[in-house]
Design a protein around this ligand. Sequence first.
Ligand SMILES: [Zn+2]
Ligand SMILES: [Zn+2]
Length: 384
Amino acid sequence: MKGTKKVLAAVLEHRGKIVPRTFPYPENVPDNAAVVKMKMCGICGTDHHLVKNWSLIPTPVILGHECLGEIYEIGENASKNLEARGEVLLEGDRVTWYAGFSCGKCWYCRNIPSNHMGSLCINNKGYGQNISCKDPPHLFGGYSEYVYILPETWVYKIPEGLPDKVAVLTDVFAVSSGIRKAMMPFPALKEGFGPSDIVAIQGSGSIGLAAGIVAKLCGAYKVFLIGGEKQRIKMAEELGIFDLIIDIGDIDKSIDRIKMIKQATPGGVGPDMIVEAAGVPEAVPEGIEMLRRGGTYVELGNFIPTGTIEISPFRHLCFKDIILIGQFAIPPQTFDVALKMLEMALDRGIPLEKMVSTKYSINNVADAFKKENKYKGVKSVVIP
Ligand SMILES: [Zn+2]
Ligand SMILES: [Zn+2]
């Protein structure tokens, strides 16, 4: 019990407005739970979507699901059992955690083995998304000084070598590590993503940049990027892993981009795999046009309703003979993969810490969601 202090948090209210509010620090933390003192929380495209569509979630809500903090108070049982990789957690340990909880009761939870822990669960709940702060212990989102950690949470201790500005990217890398889903059915026969493949990423936001890094770490021969916004293109250059970068601000015609990407591959056939991380419907037919026949197309970007687009089932799917992969939520185990990918990237000297470009305080969180700030930089974070 850490006294009667107040906790400052940014709350998304019924009116769709974000305001700073104070809450009481949790009165007692049970044996199997914990409280984390936040160090940093990423701002995600999903958060922008939730602010705009606040009526879809049980407001008031404290947003923020890309959390990095340190254990501030922890029950004896939780200390031994909360960490997903079996490590003991003590006060002061840096941690991140998977935001979601599955219901264990819906058809998907009960019938699909690959849904173990719920990426397909239709009743999924998540920190910083759809758990209201109305009732005690209130603190279920990362734009806060403290977060209450429920016993069923997948908590991961941060390896010592990862600086805060890198560890805060765990969730982003977990999403991007979804391209591992493309490592089937037979990469050895050039069906599905495998070593020595040429990969193109559409989108220069944090997910796109991370997908490029993950592709390289997984053995891609060359990785191309099609993106926009000067600051993001500059970041992509600084990461030093992209073999070709196309700025859509300079090459503004789809047909020219398709030509450039195809020309950059042997035989001019197009990349073996394309990852869509732009979150723009128009990127999908453009990407499939670029892809070689028999290639793999991974759709990560249109994670929220963004509109529709025409596809030619003949030209884009049948004739092209593509493998088309979609990804919505990710399973918690991807956090283990992501933490390892972050370590591998640092070992290779990839300057990941530069991806955190903008900082906001809890009192200024509302500013981060002003329209003109949405596409600035690569990864914005909230630091209490
Ligand atoms: Zn996110
Ligand atoms: Zn379920």
